[in-house]
Write a protein that binds this ligand. Structure first.
Ligand code: MSP
Length: 641
């Protein structure tokens, strides 16, 4: 059965920050979770909301045309989502012609069904929110964002929203799951019960937008255009209706009132659910560009990894409610739950199997009590995740980690290991199997939240099936094959101290400057190349550049800058490559990552390890290397030409 979910499409006049990243990686989590539940295909789309007066003005201020501006900004979102490891299927830009076609199509259906008319409207308009504001005099601040409103009088095309009051109330009544959480649904019911005004859906004062197929210069109101992107993103793919629109609470009215009304008017099936999450707060306020209190995800990912950031936000904040971010709280959680919790359980379990059983998973049914605890944990976590109550789900899983820790301490395997008798041997087998099987189950459960770390532990456990294709049906107790050889062991979550905070703060300043420059003055042109520096095409084709995927990565002892990796480039065996990227990339960030390899370099020895190839990265003078990568998927072994 298919499952189609969406993130909101992001305004491109602000760079991605933790608040916008939040919607995106929860969507990524749900995609992975739904796949594990057995839905197939599962599709996730995201994108950029590129039209509007706001964007037109931002482009003007930057001295470029709107399309050039939005192209640059959309690329910034794409690269940030790649950095966060977001597994989306399609990035829809509202400037894409296929989206324009869908908007026209939907508008014409609404018009044909009699829900569009021409009228005139004067009101206070908030450019920041892209909406008329009721009960406010022009010039007064917008009650939502505090920015001053402007007077706008327009002859517009209107959508007959007022006639949908009853049908919308029926929708909320018959399908209580349509708006979640429940208290948000109640807000929508109260809003609709007050009566609905018709909605002006075209503008005449804007150039940068989708032209309406009517006489004169009319451009669609940005929200009419934006919502339809959810259909454009899956055009001709048999995915509509969406199963879930994941959004923040500030844009619920557009999704739970306007959007179903547009679709009803056009006789198009409605999405199944709209879930409105809360806000990430920083320094007690909603994190947002206009408040100037944003924290960017990139620097955090560079220091603690995307997994730790995802875990923190999902464990710390009840999904649906507001919650605060701080570097301090992040590091505290990281050390308590990841370094001491899951990371410690993984390393102690794998080390014991390595030491006491030569790295082979022993044959034992495991402890029946722990098997039962695992079953109960799975049941509770399943209920919580299905309800999108991720913090409760994670709490349940972490309680299970404590149960296993306690079990290991009470059964003292280190004492049994000294006893060569049959009974002690069988007891030790039971303890080791139990811990490893519990670790396998926990690992698969944490995969949707922390894909890289879970994949890393999974590989260390020696599991043959890739974690990406594991389903909940694979998680019954006892499915860990006895006799399996575990892989090489490496710490997944090394402990962090206060210097990690200082690092994130320093990187944040640099990232802020980089993003500011992205829209500010263009950089001085690079010095022109001299004729001698140019090479013939034949020289270039001598370099064999290949797409590779990192299958293992570890630090090289005594060399701060080096990572020792095995990289699959489609040959019989993965290549060994040693690269000077360890200061920018942690080993677990590299696992599964696609990279560009110079494949025909002569081998050379680094710290005694023979390196067979070079990994391609860019850097500026004094800066750290940034790996070359791809925005679209590309098979391993493909050649760069
Ligand atoms: N372009 C519209 C959405 C159109 S969808 C058809 C938009 N864009 S936005 O960039 O301003 O916001 C995108 C999403 O990010 C919204 O769901 C919003 O709630 C979310 N967040 C922005 N700041 C946020 C926080 N500080 N915390 C959590 N989510 C926040 O609205």
């Amino acid at each position: 059965m298919k499952y189609y979910l969406t993130t909101p499409i992001y305004y491109v006049n602000a760079a991605p920050h933790l608040g916008t990243a939040y919607s995106t990686f929860v969507a990524d989590l749900i995609k992975r979770f739904k796949k594990m539940e057995g839905y197939d295909p599962v599709m996730l789309t995201t994108g950029s909301d590129e039209h509007s007066l706001k964007v037109e003005r931002a482009a003007q201020a930057a001295g470029v045309n709107p399309l050039a501006y939005t192209t640059k900004m959309a690329a910034e979102f794409i690269s940030q989502w790649a950095k966060l490891g977001i597994d989306y299927d399609h990035f829809i830009r509202t400037s894409d012609p296929k989206h324009h076609e869908t908007v026209h199509w939907l508008f014409e259906r609404c018009e044909k069904n009699g829900y569009i008319y021409k009228g005139s409207y004067t009101g206070a308009y908030c450019v920041s929110e892209e909406a008329y504001v009721n009960d406010v005099k022009p010039g007064e601040p917008c009650p939502t964002c505090g920015n001053p409103t402007e007077t706008l009088t327009e002859e517009n095309y209107f959508f007959k929203l007022s006639v949908f009051q009853q049908r919308l109330l029926e929708l909320y009544e018959k399908h209580p799951e349509f708006v979640k959480p429940d208290h948000r649904r109640n807000e929508m019911i109260a809003f609709v019960q007050q009566g609905l005004n018709d909605l002006s859906i075209t503008r005449t004062n804007i150039q940068w937008g989708i032209r309406a197929p009517v006489e004169g210069h009319h451009v669609f109101y940005v929200w009419f255009d934006a919502l339809i992107s959810y259909m454009s993103a899956v055009k001709d793919q048999d995915m509509w209706p969406a199963d879930l629109h994941l959004i923040g609470k500030d844009i619920l009215r557009f999704h739970a009132v306007y959007w179903p009304a547009f679709l009803m008017a056009a006789d198009v099936p409605l999405p199944k659910q709209v879930f409105a999450h809360g806000w990430i707060l920083h320094e007690d306020n909603k994190m947002s560009k206009s408040r100037g209190n944003v924290v960017r995800p990139g620097p955090i990912v560079d220091v603690v990894g995307a997994d730790a950031l995802r875990y923190f936000l999902l464990r710390e904040i009840t999904f649906g409610q507001d919650g605060s971010f701080s570097y301090d709280a992040l590091i505290q959680r990281y050390n308590a739950d990841l370094a001491n919790g899951l990371g410690n359980l993984a390393s102690r379990t794998l080390t014991m199997i390595h030491q006491y059983r030569k790295g082979i998973v022993p044959d034992s049914p495991g402890s029946p009590d722990i098997a039962e605890a695992a079953r109960r944990t799975t049941e509770t976590a399943m209920d919580a995740f299905c309800d999108f109550n991720f913090s409760r789900g994670l709490e349940t899983l972490w309680s299970f980690i404590s149960v296993i820790d306690k079990f290991i301490v009470e059964r003292a395997p280190w004492k049994l290991a000294k006893d060569t008798g049959d009974y002690a041997r069988q007891q030790l087998d039971e303890i080791l199997y139990t811990a490893a099987e519990a670790l396998r189950i926990l690992c698969a459960w944490t995969y949707p939240v922390m894909p890289n770390a879970a994949r890393n532990i999974w590989i260390q456990l020696g599991m043959a099936k890739p974690i990406e294709s594991v389903t909940f049906a694979d998680l019954h107790w006892g499915k860990l094959p006895a006799g399996q050889k575990i892989g090489s062991i490496a710490a997944v979550f090394p402990r962090l101290d206060a210097s990690a905070i200082a690092k994130m703060e320093t990187l944040e300043v640099q990232e802020k400057a980089r993003q500011a420059e992205l829209f500010g003055a263009p950089k001085a042109a690079a010095a022109p190349l001299s004729a001698e520096a140019k090479i013939a095409i034949d020289d270039f084709t001598k370099v064999d550049l290949r797409v590779g995927q990192v299958v293992s990565a570890e630090r090289v002892k005594g060399a701060d800058k080096l990572l020792h990796m095995k990289i699959d480039i489609g040959e019989a065996e993965p290549r060994t490559i040693v690269a000077g990227i360890a200061e920018s990339y942690a080993p677990d960030q590299m696992l599964g990552r696609k990279v560009v390899i110079v494949a025909n370099l002569q081998p050379r020895k680094l710290r005694g390890i023979e390196s067979n190839g070079m990994i391609v990265a860019a850097s500026v003078e004094g800066g750290k290397p940034v790996l070359a990568g791809f925005l679209e998927d590309i098979p391993i072994g493909a050649r760069l030409k």
